[in-house]
Design a protein around this ligand. Structure first.
Ligand code: TRP
Length: 338
């Protein structure tokens, strides 16, 4: 299986199905994933096991997991070229996650900024899974021998911890894991909230968040209301420190049209924010339209989506099982009888 891919370097990434995907997920992650599909052997996961570190509505979690798969495909991820799967379908993730817990220090996990942030936000539910989340993510990555992990800057610390765990394990037992590197794309990596351009676009602020499934009217409205900067010059100039609102809109416009910042500045020379904001909105509407329509088409064919995630899990498990067997042998577990 997949022999033609064996010489390619491996990429692994995932998104939690804990909220509907938005423009930040698309431009910051999925769009880059599509560009990597030819050069790398890619595993793209729907990390539902990570999602339950925060309480989820079961029906919603199930709906969003399948929706997310449809959106992966709709934005251009070819399920033949890429292994698209749902994390909980491949039990090796949870198994290796447990093992890696025993090679990860309490102090290391305590230093993770995502743990600190999430425990501040969910003070009533600081569960063990939230704390050991990074070891499950390490398992996601190490099971497939990933060389690179495309992630946003906020996940770099988790990939670095994964490296430390892999190196520690390799030092004790001999070469077992590929030591991965974070792969942080330059453009489009950080799409900020439209109503508060100093924080990342997030579902928790729906007014400042453009969802992939938003209607063109909703998208237009959100861009019209986007916060620009209260400077007096009111011109379109890329200055992220001084003008974070404009810089964010320029980043979005550049990501969806392929235009450089210089080209954008020239295009809007002498025009104000009133012309710029709807232009960005229109460009985003046109970029998301085919993705939304294709997602809707795919969602109507549940049997097809089931085939895709079944095949994805089968393919993923083939590799995951081999890694887990090697690990089990090295640490001294008796070989599984089945
Ligand atoms: N922790 C990542 C996030 O919240 C999601 C994730 C889980 C992931 N497992 C992964 C990303 C493996 C890359 C590789 O965004």
């Amino acid at each position: 299986m997949e022999n033609q891919n064996e010489s390619k370097k491996v990429m692994v990434s995932g998104i939690q199905p804990s909220g509907d995907l938005h423009l930040g997920s698309y431009l910051g992650a999925m769009k880059n994933w599509v560009a990597l599909s030819d050069e790398y052997q890619c595993y793209y996961c729907i990390v539902d096991e990570h999602s339950i570190t925060v309480r989820q509505n079961p029906a919603e979690l199930r709906r969003r997991s399948v929706l997310q798969l449809a959106q992966y495909i709709a934005c251009g991820l070819d399920p033949q070229k890429n292994t698209l799967f749902i994390q909980s379908h491949v039990h090796e993730h949870a198994e290796l996650g447990w093992i890696l817990n025993c090679y990860t220090m309490f102090g290391e996990l305590s230093r993770m900024t995502q743990f600190k942030d999430k425990s501040a936000k969910n003070a009533e539910n600081i569960n063990g899974g939230l704390f050991t989340y990074p070891t499950l993510m390490a398992a996601d990555i190490l099971l497939y021998g990933a060389h690179f992990v495309p992630v946003g800057a906020d996940q770099k610390q988790h990939v670095e911890l994964t490296r430390d765990i892999a190196i520690r394990f390799n030092n004790i037992y001999g070469d077992t894991f590929v030591v991965p590197e974070p792969y942080i794309p330059k453009v489009g990596a950080r799409i900020m909230c439209l109503s508060n351009p100093t924080s990342k676009m997030s579902k928790s602020d729906p007014a400042g968040c453009v969802f992939i499934m938003d209607s063109p009217d909703e998208i237009a409205r959100k861009f019209k209301r986007a916060i620009t900067d209260s400077d007096t010059e009111r011109c379109i100039r890329y200055a992220p420190e001084e003008k974070p609102g404009v810089a964010n809109l320029m980043n979005i416009y550049s990501s969806v049209t392929g235009k450089t910042y210089e080209e954008i500045e020239a295009e809007f020379e002498g025009k104000g924010y009133g012309a710029f904001k709807p232009a960005v909105g229109d460009a985003v509407i046109e970029a998301l339209r085919p993705i939304r329509e294709e997602t809707e088409r795919l969602l109507a064919d549940k049997a097809y989506l089931k085939d895709i995630y079944t095949e994805g899990a089968t393919r993923a498990q083939y590799t995951a099982r081999r890694t887990l067997r090697k690990v089990a042998k090295r640490i001294g577990f008796v070989e599984k009888p089945f």
